[in-house]
Design a protein around this ligand. Structure first.
Ligand code: AR6
Length: 170
């Protein structure tokens, strides 16, 4: 069980492609079908190989703010945690709560399999249009305040703007 006395995970910041991360689990910014797409989702499916989508077909999709876990197949990471971020509609449709839920639920899935190191992309900040500055604040705030056995979280930025947004906060 999670202990409320665990220290929060260390937060590492880096720029690059999450598919190459040598961690126990990488997080995918998926859509509710879990059957692949563009952005980081497409990159993860390409790197993991076709077994990933075959496995995802058995999961029955995923609701916004929730997370499901699969093997990593050809990835270095043993696990992929697929979470569905909110589409940005201006912030009045529960987007911050749903985005926070993505980070909490992903950490919960990591705890269930004993993953100690987890890499996250900037969920919702690409195709889904969530402004990076506010999304980064939700990410960091939620990771710091969620009880978890995960000891290290890597925040993987794919561009300079994302890196800068995290840097402001760390
Ligand atoms: N490694 C790390 N980050 C990446 C990578 C990568 N290889 N590729 C993109 N990013 P997005 P969303 C960054 O659009 O906004 C898909 O089609 C990207 O720069 O991948 O949650 C899904 O199937 C951005 O900062 O995800 C959904 O339909 C962040 O990852 C939809 O997009 C998220 O961008 C989900 O949209």
């Amino acid at each position: 069980m999670d202990s409320p006395h665990n220290p929060p995970p260390s937060l590492e910041l880096l720029i690059g492609d999450i598919t190459g991360e040598d961690v126990d689990a990488i997080v995918n910014a998926a859509n509710s079908s879990l059957l692949g797409g563009g952005g980081v989702d497409g990159a993860i499916h390409r790197a993991a190989g076709p077994e990933l989508v075959e496995h995802c077909r058995t999961l029955g999709g995923c609701e916004t703010g929730q997370a499901k876990i699969t093997p990593g197949f050809k990835l270095l990471a043993r696990w992929v945690i697929h979470t569905v971020g909110p589409v940005w509609h201006g912030g009045t449709r529960g987007e911050p709560e749903l985005l926070a839920s993505c980070y909490r639920e992903s950490l919960a899935r990591a705890d269930e399999v004993g993953a100690a190191t987890v890499a996250f992309p900037a969920i919702s900040t690409g195709v889904y249009g969530y402004p990076i500055e506010t999304a980064a604040a939700v990410a960091v705030g939620t990771i710091r305040s969620t009880p978890t056995n995960v000891s290290e979280v890597r925040l993987v930025a794919f561009n300079q703007q994302t890196l800068d947004a995290y840097r402001e906060l760390l």
